[in-house]
Design a protein around this ligand. Structure first.
Ligand code: IMP
Length: 431
């Protein structure tokens, strides 16, 4: 079973790092196919922590090659910063770098004017709570056909023209927002500074990924963000500017749908969201605070407290549908320990009546319908199989599995690698 996509089923931050780490034990390639430095994983290396935003967490496994595919937008300066940190912490070395990390020459470069525009917009009325890393404006340039693929850095004269044209196009926008853009000269200084180290990492990565699949090697496509942040399928306009859903694995890495064998949906045992936008099951009370603190729900890119809420079963059914989810990795079940009761959203009250559907276009007005389930008090971190869990926790899992129509493959009961119940490993022949 070589081609496996791991995709967030909610608004991102479902605990991808741990699940990807578990699955990459055997994977030859880990491919990031969308987004940019708006994502963030905390890698724990001994007593030290490294936060990576661009490099997949598979980089910690020496037998794994990481690919940043062409659906991504890449801030070259940040990428080099991450590489340097990984090298200084002895997780990468200069000799093996080019064989461990490959970057698409068609991934677009996030340059300082993208970051400037993103930040200026976030100060104004149109703010949606972005991560201010320049992701949206970079994808806008790509769609407007004035973007700069990293491969363009091979030709400095061409890059200089593209930079000048892009800055000219963004200037009126910056002026209207009351700000300024960096000069073309400053941007070109940056390009010259990073170019010699970026160019050796570049390749036509679609060939790399397809070659591995043809050889029947295990390839993990690592989604970033989550289904409800997808540009097409999310809570527009409160979305990111890329395609985190599973179809993005194909378009974003140049692989046909026939090559994907399994789609795993990551589901956090409750719901979180960072940034603005509707969130019907949000908790603004002490229970929400409790979930935030127990689950350490603070953004790894911006440090912002995440909004927290109950699980939304119609939302998960929607995610199963738009991604074709075959199996679920349920994370952070341990965070729910200690609650007297747990509410689950089972449907919505809409102007058209009650519905089991997720009202994607009416989320701001639809009212969630809840059912109350029993909570459990005991710690569950030592559970090695489902039978070790308290009855109430098992009932919660059974309910999720039954309602969303996809089986549980993995249940995470603690933050450590061994605090995981694996029911079906996608790269171990199904068990
Ligand atoms: P952008 O991707 O920085 O443009 O932000 C657009 C929206 O997506 C904002 O609501 C962000 O908070 C959200 N977002 C982007 N990346 C992530 C992520 O990795 N986890 C959760 N939310 C994210």
């Amino acid at each position: 079973m070589p081609g496996v996509v791991v995709v967030g089923a909610q608004w991102g931050d479902e605990g991808k790092g741990k699940v990807v780490d578990l699955f990459t034990e055997r994977a030859k390639l880990v491919v990031r196919y969308a987004g940019g430095p708006n994502a963030g994983h905390t890698l724990v290396v001994g007593d030290e922590k490294i936060i990576v935003r661009l490099v997949p967490s598979g980089i910690l496994r020496t037998g794994t090659r990481c690919v940043l595919a062409q659906g991504m937008v890449i801030d070259p300066d940040r990428l080099l910063g991450e590489i340097d940190e990984l090298i200084s912490k002895k997780k990468l070395d200069h000799d093996s770098l080019a064989s461990r990390l490959t970057v698409s020459d068609r991934a677009h470069a996030i340059l300082p004017y993208h970051v400037a525009i993103d930040s200026l917009r976030e100060k104004g009325d149109a703010a949606i709570g972005t991560t201010k890393r320049g992701v949206g404006p970079c994808y806008e340039d790509k769609a407007a056909r004035r973007g700069i693929p990293l491969g363009a850095f091979r030709d400095l004269a061409r890059t200089e023209k593209l930079v000048a044209a892009a800055i000219e196009a963004w200037s009126p926008v910056a002026k209207a927002l009351g700000g300024e853009l960096p000069s073309p000269r400053d941007v070109m200084d940056l390009v010259r500074r990073v170019r010699d180290r970026i160019l050796p990492l570049l390749a036509e990565t679609s060939a790399v990924v397809n070659d591995a699949l043809v050889k029947n090697e295990d390839v993990l496509f690592e989604g970033a963000q989550g289904t409800l942040l997808d540009l097409d399928h999310g809570t527009y306009p409160f979305v990111t500017s890329s395609t985190p859903t599973s179809g993005g694995a194909c378009t974003g890495s140049g692989v046909g749908p026939t090559r994907i064998d399994r789609v795993i949906g990551l589901v956090k045992a409750y719901t979180t969201r960072v940034g603005g936008g509707p969130f019907p099951t949000e908790l603004t009370d002490a229970v929400g605070d409790r979930l935030r603190n127990a689950g350490q729900e603070f953004g790894s890119v911006t440090g912002r407290p995440r909004r927290t809420g109950w699980l939304d079963l119609p939302g998960l059914r929607y995610a199963v549908r738009v991604n074709g989810i075959d199996g679920v990795a349920l994370t952070k079940l341990d965070v729910m320990s200690g609650l007297d009761e747990i509410m689950v959203c089972v449907g919505y009250e809409t102007p058209a009546g009650r519905s089991r559907e997720f009202p994607i276009d009416d989320l701001a007005t639809a009212k969630p319908i809840y059912e109350t389930m029993r909570g459990w008090k005991e710690s569950i971190a030592s559970a090695k199989k489902l039978a070790d869990l308290p009855d109430a926790a098992r009932a919660y899992l059974d309910r999720i599995e039954k309602e969303i129509g996809a089986p549980l493959d993995v249940v995470s009961v603690g933050s450590r690698r061994d605090e995981t119940i694996v029911l079906r490993h996608p790269f171990h022949g199904g068990s």
